[in-house]
Design a protein around this ligand. Structure first.
Ligand SMILES: Nc1nc2c(c(=O)[nH]1)N[C@H]1C(S)=C(S)[C@@H](COP(=O)(O)O)O[C@H]1N2
Ligand SMILES: [Mo]
Length: 538
């Protein structure tokens, strides 16, 4: 019986620790696959270890495992984690909360490794944090169960002191009371720990399936050669002022803001993509990817903005889009006279309500397939999205679009309309100071202020700058690409004097509208107010 008793003292808590760690690690890997593919806890810790390892260790690993050195490293990390987690389980039972601390430290190591990688996205720490929190919770639950299970044994252990063998560890007479029902509870507990581990493994498997799907679609996307544009668009000379720190007039895809409700980026294979135009139409229209690519595709440059962009915020970007006019497709479907809205629907259920007339006038409202010379990036709506000049994204820029329902504003609400936002969302006249950034030190003497201004589909006539609450003075506008894009501006301040200063900017629309100083929040239809920065001149 002695052997049984001592096995029992570490096997169950070790199983609790290992089960909890597998549970957390699996959920962490799944989280990574969904929201931060480069930041899986195992991979980031492995990468950090590779970075930290001395050259001889790397050489030894390569000599031992060859090209299998990386899988070997990941397996090694897994083994170390399991052993440490087993120890953490024992520790948690005897010296709480030290077991939780051990598991927590692994998660912190993962988070630090993820966050300190080059170009780490903001969400990089999330997978490790999810892993840590869920592992700790699982450990507490499992060890809690174990404690209730062990309670009678502890009671016996106290009688063990008088059991005559003198070692007081309960392996004497008292422990011989291991009954069938103890065996059953023991098996029951192991089922709990095993169940936690199994959930972890399933989550990791699901995560890797998701990643494989993403990789396969990336390969499909990279193999696509988009047809040449029937009409091209170009950036006129003089649109780019080339000032250090000023947002470039075309936003590179990798820096384009991303906003959507998709937890996992929808993966839509172009060969399976269909667009259905239906509702209040004389004739339903269906379109495949090949049919869309066979239509004339036009380039257009349009500045997309999010209604959630605060004054001075960065949820705005400008790109060269390639696509086919929605107007043409609607003409085929022939909307009925009573229709006044198109509800576009994404494959993931997101919907946007766009006024029908906006999709029928002469603006470049398109079904876009290209962005800055590439197929749409997957997170920006691959294979097909809408782009509509003049309207905030939430009422126009449906990504992964698969359906256009011609309908009425009084018949149906779009996704955000049901959540307190306005059914219609024209982009508001606004402007931003990029140079200097708030708090950025500025040299005394001749200084340059610069930024961007926009009033999509109306145009910007002028930009004015106000220093320290003084007169509004005209800035110089760069050449605008078109009324549908933002325009850069610059303001020269010949004699910036030492001290703290503030600058404000306002734009004046081509329609005479002056950007208001009245502050309004982003809900329900976009923020208003003036962007102001404070900076020190020395
Ligand atoms: N399918 C889908 N499309 C969507 C959204 C969404 O949540 N789901 N968000 C919209 C919003 S609010 C904005 S601002 C733009 C952002 O487009 P981007 O991520 O390419 O910058 O996409 C729009 N299209
Ligand atoms: Mo948005």
């Amino acid at each position: 019986m002695g052997e049984t008793r001592s096995r029992r003292t570490w096997v169950l808590p070790a199983a609790a620790g290992a089960g909890a760690a597998a549970f957390g690690a699996g959920l962490g890997e799944l989280t990574a696959a969904v929201i931060a593919p480069e930041s899986g806890p195992f991979v980031v810790i492995g990468a950090a270890l590779i970075g930290l390892a001395p050259p001889w260790a790397k050489d030894t690993a390569i000599a031992l495992f060859g090209t299998g050195d990386k899988p070997a490293l990941l397996i090694g990390i897994g083994v170390v984690l399991l052993v440490a987690a087993g120890a953490a389980g024992v520790l948690e039972l005897r010296r709480p909360p030290w077991g939780q601390v051990v598991l927590g430290l692994f998660a912190v190591a993962g988070a630090v490794a993820a966050a300190t990688r080059a170009n780490a996205p903001m969400l990089a720490v999330a997978p490790s944090l999810v892993a840590g929190v869920t592992a700790v919770v699982a450990l507490r639950v499992l060890v809690g169960r174990l404690r209730r299970l062990e309670a009678p044994v502890d009671a016996r252990a106290s009688t063990d002191v008088e059991d005559g063998d003198g070692d007081g560890d309960g392996d004497g007479a008292g422990a011989t009371v291991v009954t069938a029902s103890d065996g059953a509870t023991r098996r029951g507990f192991l089922a709990w720990a095993g169940g936690a581990a199994a959930i972890g493994v399933l989550a990791a498997v699901a995560g890797s399936a998701l990643r494989a799907g993403g990789r396969a679609l990336s390969a499909v996307r990279e193999a696509i050669r988009l047809p040449a544009a029937a009409t091209t668009a170009s950036v006129p000379a003089g649109a780019e002022l080339g000032i250090d720190g000023l947002t470039p007039v075309i936003t590179p895809n990798a820096e384009f803001y991303r906003i959507d409700t998709a937890l996992a980026v929808p993966l839509v294979d172009p060969s399976e993509w269909r667009l259905r135009i239906h509702g209040l139409v004389e004739r339903e229209v269906e379109l495949t990817w090949d049919e869309l690519l066979a239509l004339p595709l036009d380039e257009s440059i349009t500045t997309l903005a999010c209604v959630s962009n605060e004054v001075g915020g960065s949820l705005i970007g400008n790109a060269v889009w390639l696509g086919h006019p929605i107007r043409e497709l609607l003409a085929r479907a022939r909307p009925l006279a009573e229709a006044d809205m198109v509800l576009s629907r994404s494959v993931d259920g997101f919907t946007a309500s766009t006024p029908l007339e906006v999709l029928q006038d002469d603006r470049a409202a398109i079904l876009a397939v290209g962005m800055n010379g590439e197929p749409l990036p997957i997170e920006h709506g691959f294979p097909v999205r809408m782009v509509v000049p003049g309207l905030y994204g939430y009422v126009s820029a449906t990504k992964w679009v698969v359906e256009l329902e011609v309908t009425r504003f009084d018949a149906v609400n779009a996704y955000w309309t049901d959540r307190g936002w306005s059914a219609r969302g024209p982009i508001k006249l606004s402007s931003r100071i990029d140079v200097p950034r708030g708090g950025q030190p500025v040299d005394a003497g001749a200084a340059v202020l610069a930024g961007v201004a926009w009033h999509q589909h109306v145009g910007v006539a002028a930009v004015e700058v106000q220093l320290d609450g003084g007169e509004w003075r005209p800035a110089t506008l760069a050449t605008a690409i078109s009324d549908d894009t933002w325009v850069q501006w610059r303001y020269e301040w010949p004699d910036a004097s030492p001290g703290t200063h503030t600058a404000r900017v306002r734009a004046i629309g081509a329609d005479g509208e002056v950007q208001t100083a009245d502050e309004q929040g982003v809900v329900p239809d976009g923020a208003t107010g003036l962007h102001e920065v404070a900076f020190d001149v020395s």
